[in-house]
Design a protein around this ligand. Structure first.
Ligand code: GLC
Ligand code: GLC
Length: 661
């Protein structure tokens, strides 16, 4: 027996013994509850399955703490209590999804994300808009953070002062529950954020810490002087360099330094303290039991700090999420985690596993789609897709084009170097291009967090403004308008077909342009991400249903075109089983401007070809034949039949989804 085997034997025996010792704790919860024997048994059998791994993980994280067993008791009680409080309809969903763990791989799953206040005003008014989601074809809805926040700037809801109450401007917990129920009835899954890297500076724990309470000061990273912060700073990045230099904020009241990776009012939680893990687990279960199907784990990369490292993507960050994951398998088994790691692609993928985060944002695909539009060639995108798209079983990418955040150019420099591209120079070019400073650029992006010391910068802007629609409208140039719409539909055509869950950021379906008014609001003016967070204009939708009239304005007809193209693409995706799952193989198109890939799912095959240039491009018939298309095939988007005896000509930015006839 080697050392590893004997350790796992020892851990196994310890874990069985520990579980036996914990049983009275569990019985106490059951005795206080009205659970049926079957329900108890369901929980206990899942506990039996997952306790070994959970114990092992927690032991690695917290085993050297004198109070480890105390916290373990708390953790188990909290899990059992969460199961007791879980509604019957959620338990039914749990049973269903235990039997079908990859339900989210279906091509019928299509997501959307929105801010409740900007989209509909309040949670109650959002319930009135469920038909809109159905009309567009959405089956997954991510509501941006809606819990109670600090007054003033709250980082778009990401500075939470209480995880158990809704921001009163949006509604109440009861209204959120009602919305979750109605969405479930409508076949739409609900996704909320779990903002667990930090709390707001006015969260009760932070207030207790400010008042000198020892227990709660241990919840955060608080230092009396610069000695330790300075040691950490040697190896840390700056995430919001225009907010404040460095990662620590001086607190006048406490006369101490606090770790604040993001804004100065967002205090990083100290997960090396098991009390923080236990406390946040309670908040997680509370949110899950509201009827949430997926939790977006916000800022996952930052949750574990280790001196002498970047304090991003630490091995213990993974253990921490795995521990949360095991606990959800036991207590709230239908709940999934979505990773928000906007970091190097090698690090992004490490969060994705059925034991950690089942789904993950795909920031590299997002960035490289925009990169391909700028260069008119999907070469770097193909290079990246060739070895980065594959994922383990029961996991999926979440493919998005824009979101509430900025675009950072998170591709791998080695992928670029393999094509003779210098990563640093290329990022500079992309920043120039997307802020409209490059000759021939169509984009109207806005700089975000420009770091004068490093030259680093990210880009804000809506999908349509970045794709050239804002410029085209200013120029009143119909050809440019067509090209901009072409770019938008091309990008959607890829994100809806490449494999994974497509996620729209609502507003995209109307070609919403940048909104520069945020600068007049002092709580938003210094954060350019607000340029792409604007209010939904319901007139757009109301005008859509009325037939186009001769005096239809140019803008109204453009909106109608964008909306209907996206709606059609969504419907088309849902009708094609070949687009389910993740499996994707690149197809050699023989044309450097054309991205080609093949999707295969249970015997269904779809070949996707997309032209990234503003000129027509030809693909030779024999390349199509080697891609396995036979003599005749049908483009499912335009609904045309074509023959491989001829070369295929793609119009500027055209994308086709081809099925063999
Ligand atoms: C995430 C959010 C971003 C926020 C940050 C801090 O990255 O997407 O909007 O600023 O976390 O919570
Ligand atoms: C950084 C972080 C990411 C966050 C973003 C907000 O890129 O890695 O988590 O969303 O900043 O701008």
């Amino acid at each position: 027996m080697n050392a590893h085997d004997s350790r796992s034997m020892a851990v196994h025996s310890e874990s069985s013994l520990t579980l036996k010792r914990l049983q009275p704790q569990l019985d106490a919860v059951w005795n206080r509850s009205s659970l049926s024997p079957i329900e108890r048994q369901e929980f206990e059998s899942r506990l039996e399955t997952y306790f070994g791994e959970l114990f092992d993980t927690l032991l690695e994280l917290y085993g050297d703490r004198y109070d480890f067993f105390f916290h373990l008791q708390q953790i188990l009680t909290s899990a059992a209590q969460a199961w007791v409080e879980r509604s019957q309809s959620l338990k039914a969903l749990d049973r269903q999804r235990i039997n079908c763990p990859d339900w989210f791989s279906s091509q019928k799953v299509v997501g959307g994300a929105l801010y409740v206040d900007l989209f509909s005003g309040s949670l109650n008014q959002l319930r009135q808009r469920i038909d809109y989601f159905k009309e567009l074809g959405l089956t997954y809805l991510h509501l941006m953070p809606l819990f109670a926040v600090r007054p003033g700037d709250n980082d778009g809801g990401y500075a939470i002062s209480d995880y158990r109450s809704v921001d009163p401007r949006l509604g109440t917990i009861q209204e959120l529950r009602l919305l979750a129920d109605e969405l479930r009835e409508a076949g739409i899954v609900l996704v909320l954020d779990f903002v667990f890297n930090h709390t707001s500076d006015d969260h009760l724990w932070a207030k207790m810490a400010q008042s000198g309470n020892y227990e709660h000061q241990q919840y955060y990273y608080i230092f009396p002087d610069r000695k330790i912060p300075d040691q950490y700073e040697h190896t840390l990045r700056e995430i919001f360099p225009t907010v404040r230099r460095g990662n620590f904020t001086w607190h006048d009241g406490m006369q101490q330094w606090v770790w604040t990776t993001f804004n100065s009012f967002q205090w990083d939680l100290n997960y090396s303290n098991p009390a923080v893990f236990t406390a946040m687990l309670g908040e997680l279960f509370f949110i899950a039991n509201l009827g949430v199907d997926m939790l977006r784990l916000d800022a996952v990369a930052f949750i574990w700090k280790q001196m002498g490292t970047s304090c991003e993507n630490r091995p213990k960050a993974h253990l921490l999420i795995q521990a949360f994951n095991r606990l959800t398998r036991i207590a709230t088994p239908s709940l999934l985690f979505k990773s928000e790691a906007i970091v190097h692609p090698d690090d992004v993928v490490k969060y994705i596993s059925k034991n950690e985060c089942q789904i993950s944002y795909n920031p590299t695909l997002m960035a490289l789609l925009w990169e391909s539009l700028a260069t008119k060639k999907p070469t770097l995108l193909s290079q990246s897709l060739s070895h980065r798209h594959h994922l383990p079983d029961q996991t999926a990418w979440v493919n998005y084009l824009r979101c509430h955040d900025d675009i950072g150019w998170t591709f791998d420099d080695a992928d670029a170097a393999a094509l003779g591209i210098n990563g640093y120079d290329h990022r500079r070019f992309l920043n120039q291009f997307y802020t409209g400073q490059f000759d021939g650029s169509f984009a109207r992006g806005v700089p975000f967090q420009q770091n004068l010391a490093t030259g680093d910068m990210r880009i804000s802007g809506t999908m349509a403004s970045l794709a050239g629609l804002e410029l085209a409208l200013d120029l009143k140039d119909p050809t440019q308008v067509d090209l901009a719409i072409g770019r938008i539909t091309l990008l959607f055509g890829v994100s809806l077909s490449v494999g994974g869950i497509p996620l729209l950021y609502l507003g995209e379906e109307w070609g919403v342009l940048n909104d520069y008014d945020f600068t007049s609001d002092p709580t938003k003016a210094s954060d350019s991400r607000w340029v792409h967070r604007s209010k939904m204009n319901w007139d757009y939708f109301d005008n859509l249903v009325s037939e186009p009239t001769p005096d239809d304005s140019l803008e109204a007809s453009i909106r109608r075109r964008i909306f209907t193209s996206i709606q059609n693409l969504i419907n088309c995706r849902k009708s094609l089983p070949g687009l389910a799952g993740q499996k994707m193989e690149l197809v050699f198109s023989g044309n450097p401007h054309v991205l080609g890939f093949l999707r295969i799912w249970e015997g269904n095959r779809i070949t996707v070809l997309g032209n990234f240039s503003d000129e027509s491009q030809t693909i030779k018939g024999n390349h199509l034949r080697t891609a396995g298309l036979g003599r005749f095939f049908r483009d499912m988007i335009s609904d045309q039949t074509l023959a491989t005896s001829h070369d295929l000509v793609l119009e500027p930015y055209q994308i086709v989804w081809l099925v063999r006839q």
